[in-house]
Ligand binder design. Sequence first.
Ligand code: PMP
Length: 462
Amino acid sequence: MATYNKDQIKNLLELDKKHYLHPTSSLRQHQESGPKRIFTEGKGVYLTDVNGGRYIDALASLWNVNVGHGRKELGEAASEQMGKLAYSSSFNNFSHESVIRLSEKLANITPGDLNVFFYTSGGSESNDTAFKLVRHYWKLKGQPQKKKIIGLERAYHGITIGATSATGIQQFQNMTNSLAPDFLHAAAHKTNCELGDKNDPDFARSIRGIIENEGPEKIAAVIVEPIQGAGGVIIPPNGYLEAVRELCDQYGILMIADEVICGFGRTGKMFGVDHWNVIPDVMCMAKGITSGYIPLGAVAITERLRDSLAEVSDDVLFHGFTYSGHPAACAVALKNIEIIEKENLPAHAGKMEKELKKGFEYLTENHSLVTKSRAKGLIGAFELFEDREKGIPFKPEKMAAQKLVEECLSRGLIVRAVTFGGTNIIALSPPLIINKEEIEKVISIFSDAIQEVEKSLKLQSV
Ligand code: PMP
C-alpha cells in the first residue's frame, strides 16, 4: 500500500482546493474544507485513501465499477492495445480490429436485432447521440416535424445539453435554465395510463396522454431507464416497460432504453430490459461497459434502423466524436465483458439480491426510520421517514439522508443520498463481485450509522 506522509497529504489537499473544480460537488464545501477523501488504491469492493483508510465502495464509485477494483487484466488489455495501436480514427469508414471485435460481442449479448453500434465516451454522449439519430431517422423518412422526445419525471440521462433536457430532475436543469427544445416529461410508471385508462387522474401526465395531446406525428421517441438510478432506484412495476413498448409501436414512435446504469449485469441480467423481454429500438450504454476502467459509451440500434438510414441517406452521417470507437477503450470493454461472462456476474448479482434484501429487512426491523426498501440484482435503496407508519417524511432541513451518508463514510462505507423533491433515499449499487460477508458488513455499518443518526434526530431504534 502506498503511504503518504503528513506534508504530502497537506500538499495534495491544498492543490486540489486551489486547482480542481469538482464535478457534481458542493463548491462552497470544497473551498471551506478541501476534498473529502483522496483515494489512492482499489481492490475488489474496497477503496483506500491517502490516510490508509479503507472503504467499502457500495456505489461501485458511480454505479460503474461492475467487475470491482484492481483488475490487472483490464490494464493489460489497454497496455497491449496501446502498444499495438493506441489510437486511430473511425471517421470516413476507417476501422481497426478492437472496435470490430467489440461490436460483434455486443451484438451477441444485446437483445433482439440490436446489432449495430455507435461509440461515444460516456452516457451523456450516448443519449445525445440517440436523440440526434432518431430525429435524423424521421427527417430522412420525410417527417421532419417528428422530433419531440418524451422522458420521465425523476429520470437522469446526463449533463450535456440534450441529456440535461431529457433529465427529469429539476436541480440539473436549474443550472442554466437554458435547455434544448422539444423535450417533454411524463409521470413515471403509470402503467394503467400507458395501457389506455383515460379515467386515471394521471392520464394527461402519462406518456400516452402526452402523445395524444401533442399528436404522435410530432413525437420522435420515448426514453426510459429500465430502472431509474440517480432518481432514487425506482423499479417499474411489471408490465410497465411492455406497455411503453406497445404504446410506441401503436403510434409509430421509437423507444430508447437508457441502460447506462442497468447494463452489464447490474440488475441480475445482462441488461435491464431483459427482465421484461422488451426490445427497444435504440439502447444507450456506458459505465459497466468498461467497469469504469476507461471512458466508453455505446449506442445500439437495430439493423432495421441502420438499413433505413443507409437506404435513405446518400450523404455522410455528420455525427462522430474524435474518440468514437477508441481502440484502447474497446479492448478494455471486450476484456471486461469477458470477465462478466466468465464469472457469471449477472447471475451472481441475482443471487446477492436476496442477501441485500435480507439486510434491508434487518434494518427495517431494527430501525423505525427505515422503510420502502427495494432491490433488483445489485441495485437497491431504502428510504428514511420521520414516521413511517403515518408516512411523514423528514423535513429537508433535518438532512437525514445526508447525515446518514456522512456517518457511513466515517465508518468506511460509501453510499449515495438522493434528496431532491423532499426524498431521503439511500442508494447503493456495489461492485457485482461483492459476496455475502461483505454485504453483511455493509448492513452492519448501516445499522451503527443509523443508530447515530437516530440519536442526533432524537428518535429511538425499534
Ligand atoms: N444515463 C444514466 C441512466 C446515468 O445514470 C448516467 C450517469 N449517472 C448517464 C446517463 C450519464 O452518463 P455519463 O455521466 O457517463 O455522461
